[in-house]
Design a protein around this ligand. Structure first.
Ligand code: GTP
Length: 225
């Protein structure tokens, strides 16, 4: 039998999503696996689990084994077992809830205690969720960046509600773990674009600062990234 692409075994990565209760871990997982979002909060007891196949540049097939771990597991013996063998850890907090950010120290402590003897410690990603609620942000950007730097983590902002950057976050983490560089089109493809209408002012109210060209006439829509 000849070698074909189908014969190539997938690379398997174990990715753990952890962080305080109600920070949005299940919502991120549901958005990523099913393109859905639910407003209702239902606490995760123990853990949920799903598998997602992705393709990275170079036609590298990757099977992501994603573990969504309930916020209540912090400090429990089971958490050590969940963390063991993880290739990547998404540490999620809610940008509108300062204590969910402060408590990341406790999550990191537990991760470090499990992974201290591992030859290749997991890639750590800091994920600020609920960016659709930017107006309610209580965790300043520079705090986030400083924390990520101090703990050698990659930095991400997502919204499980709108889907903003959720897929991009997983793609980046998988690529980082496997040492693959994502191309610009790859990055753009996974970044959800939010389209916003530009308010059309009445031309007589606002005198044009420059002559109206074909190009300026066309821009009735903009993309926020
Ligand atoms: N506005 C907004 N709400 C969100 C977002 N993500 C999650 N939520 C809401 O936050 C609440 C908690 O979300 P969950 O995904 O259940 O939180 P969790 O971290 O899995 O919680 P545990 O299971 O207790 O660990 C729910 O009411 C969600 O609808 C988001 O990006 N934006």
């Amino acid at each position: 039998m000849s070698d074909s692409e189908d014969d190539t075994p997938d690379k398997q990565l174990k990715i753990i999503i952890m962080g305080d209760g109600a920070s949005g871990k299940t919502s991120i997982a549901t958005r990523y696996s099913q393109e859905q979002f639910g407003k209702q909060y239902k606490q995760t007891l123990g853990l949920d689990f799903f598998l997602k196949r992705i393709v990275l540049p170079g036609n590298i097939n990757v099977a992501l084994q994603v573990w969504d771990i309930g916020g209540q597991t912090l400090g429990g013996a089971m958490l050590d077992k969940y963390i063991y063998g993880a290739n990547g850890i998404l540490l999620v907090y809610d940008i509108t809830n300062y204590s969910s950010f402060e408590n990341l120290d406790d999550w990191i402590t537990q991760v470090k205690s499990v992974c201290k003897s591992e030859e290749k410690p997991p890639h750590m990603a800091l994920v600020g969720n609920k960016v659709d609620l930017e107006h309610m942000r209580t965790v300043k950007m520079d705090k986030h960046q400083k924390f990520a730097q101090e703990h050698n983590m990659s930095s991400h902002f997502v919204s499980a509600k709108t889907g903003d950057s959720v897929s991009l976050c997983f793609q980046k983490v998988a690529a980082e773990i496997l040492g693959i560089k994502l191309t610009r089109p790859e990055l753009e493809q996974h970044q959800r674009v939010v389209k916003a209408e530009i308010v059309q002012y009445n031309q007589s109210d606002v005198p044009p600062k420059q002559p109206v060209t074909n190009q300026t006439k066309k821009s009735a829509m903009c993309s926020l990234q």
